[in-house]
Write a protein that binds this ligand. Structure first.
Ligand code: XBP
Ligand code: MG
Length: 253
């Protein structure tokens, strides 16, 4: 049994996209549509429990504006979300959102070591493409064998469907992969598909439950900037590279 592939979540894992990307884009879309809705950071923290922008908009209407009138809430959510996606892609295109610590280095090292790479996210594919192209360059889109994004499956995270979809596309078994996640919805999704997780938390997810994770870190670290181990196995080195992952995999998978 050997580690063959790394599967990455996007939002909160590859980059801190939520506050300076998605939240900003939702609010700008509401403004453009002349809606007097504004999601502050505290509210957004709660709304993040609902994965996927369209579902999040519908949840918000049902729970915070139940008297809101529109002909068809699904079409309204779809159109509002399409506008939000356009705004988000522009924000990412302006280069405002960097990758998290250690991400670019690990992707590069993993490719060199012959590990296969994929994405499993609930976000819209255009958002993923924009983030990768604007941080790593357009060529980096080819590094990922599969980009499993929101609309590929009927059930979003925490359901395991998106990870199962990626495994099927790559013709891999769950035990041949490791997933990288940042949230409770993410670890539930990977776990349902039978994949073990490395967690790197962020401001929205540092109080989530990560039972079952191999390791919970503050970020992936760099050689000159070690990660902080929050839970799980104490392994060397103190930044996530291929050796570190192989050691974890041999011990816990
Ligand atoms: C991320 C999400 C996404 C983004 C918004 O969850 O829930 O919905 O917040 O993206 P995860 P869209 O990191 O667990 O995949 O608006 O494109 O849906
Ligand atoms: Mg995430």
């Amino acid at each position: 049994m050997a580690l063959k592939a790394l599967i990455f979540d996007v939002d909160g894992t590859l980059a801190n996209t939520e506050r300076d990307g998605h939240l900003l884009a939702f609010n700008l879309a509401f403004k453009e549509l002349n809606l007097d809705w504004h999601w502050n950071n505290e509210l957004y923290h709660k709304l993040l429990d609902i994965a996927g922008g369209k579902l999040r908009i519908k949840h918000y209407i049902k729970n915070y504006h139940s008297d809101f009138e529109c002909d068809n809430i699904d079409i309204f959510a779809k159109n509002t979300h399409a506008l939000k996606t356009k705004i988000y892609v522009d924000l990412v295109g302006a280069g405002k959102i960097p990758l998290r610590t250690g991400v670019a280095r690990l992707l590069d090292e993993a490719r060199t070591a012959g590990l296969r790479l994929a994405i499993a996210t609930t976000t819209t594919e255009a958002n993923v493409t924009a983030l990768i192209a604007n941080t790593l360059g357009r060529d980096a889109l080819d590094w990922f064998e599969v980009i499993g994004a929101g609309d590929c499956v009927a059930k979003l995270k925490p359901a395991g469907d998106i990870y199962t979809y990626v495994l099927q596309k790559m013709q891999l078994n769950s035990f041949e992969c490791l997933a990288f996640e940042d949230s409770n919805n993410g670890i539930k999704s990977a776990t349902e598909a039978g994949i073990k997780c490395v967690i790197s938390v962020n401001e929205y997810t540092n109080s989530h439950n990560f039972d079952g994770a191999i390791v919970v870190l503050n970020n992936l670290g760099e050689p000159n900037q070690p990660f902080t181990l929050i839970a799980g196995a104490d392994c060397q080195p103190n930044y996530v590279n291929v050796d570190y992952l192989k050691r974890l995999y041999a011990k816990y998978c």
